[in-house]
Design a protein around this ligand. Structure first.
Ligand SMILES: CCCCCCCC/C=C\CCCCCCCC(=O)SCCNC(=O)CCNC(=O)[C@H](O)C(C)(C)COP(=O)(O)OP(=O)(O)OC[C@H]1O[C@@H](n2cnc3c(N)ncnc32)[C@H](O)[C@@H]1OP(=O)(O)O
Length: 183
């Protein structure tokens, strides 16, 4: 039997100063993919619920991007009973999945569509089920023939850092076939 887990209520709303991803011209396309994804595709389920947000970035921010109008991405994420790993707490795979997708979509917003080639996660504190956290992301500049590095962390509303991720993304070009789907 699943334990009773606190519902997020309004806690998934965009953080102060951030706007829902679908209100950004590129973000609306990204949101279309997020709607179907393993991570953010079940907005009312009992597993992970994720809602993305964006804000404009000033040119002097540490996160250097090459897009004409750089935008930063964050997410609010809630871990429910179906995300359980250790009793009463979020599965590490669910935390890594949220980090992965948040970084991936941050790269999409900063550069273009991309897939993860390498992903690292540090688990700092267990996340009690029913907790809503913020996924904060940073994206580096495009490198070489089409790569970008990103970082993300899951931060509680009291400032607790639950997990940190870093990843290398390969920016998709004509040689890639990810848009298709199916075998
Ligand atoms: C506007 C419309 C858009 C339509 C498009 C829709 C697309 C929808 C797609 C997604 C939606 C989901 C969105 C969120 C996703 C969140 C993130 C994920 O979870 S993504 C899923 C998990 N990732 C995979 O399944 C990748 C599997 N791997 C691959 O397919 C290939 O290995 C790939 C594409 C990553 C690289 O293969 P190569 O043939 O293109 O390129 P090579 O030459 O191998 O690598 C390019 C560069 O990257 C380095 N590299 C590659 N893999 C590396 C690794 N593991 N570690 C370090 N470096 C690596 C290489 O050394 C090379 O570097 P040098 O250019 O020579 O400097």
């Amino acid at each position: 039997m699943e334990a009773e887990v606190r519902e997020p209520g309004d806690a998934l709303a965009a953080p102060a100063g951030w706007r829902p991803l679908a209100t950004h011209p590129v973000g609306a396309i990204i949101a279309h993919y997020a709607e179907r994804s393993f991570v953010a595709g079940d907005p009312t389920g009992q597993g992970i619920r994720v809602r993305y947000a964006w804000r404009a970035m000033s040119p002097d921010e540490a996160c250097v991007v090459t897009a004409a109008e750089p935008a930063a991405l964050a997410a609010r994420a809630w871990f429910g009973a179906r995300a359980e790993g250790p009793p009463g707490h979020a599965h590490g795979g669910s935390m890594a999945a949220v980090l992965d997708e948040a970084m991936g979509l941050a790269v999409w917003l900063a550069h273009r569509a991309a897939v993860a080639a390498h992903l690292e996660t540090d688990f700092r504190r267990p996340i009690p089920l029913g907790t809503t956290v913020t996924a904060e992301t940073t994206v580096g500049p495009a490198e070489g023939t089409g790569k970008a590095r990103a970082t993300a962390r899951l931060v509680g509303d009291d400032g607790t850092v639950f997990a940190e991720g870093s990843a290398l993304f390969v920016l998709l070009g004509p040689r890639h076939t990810f848009a298709g789907g199916g075998a």
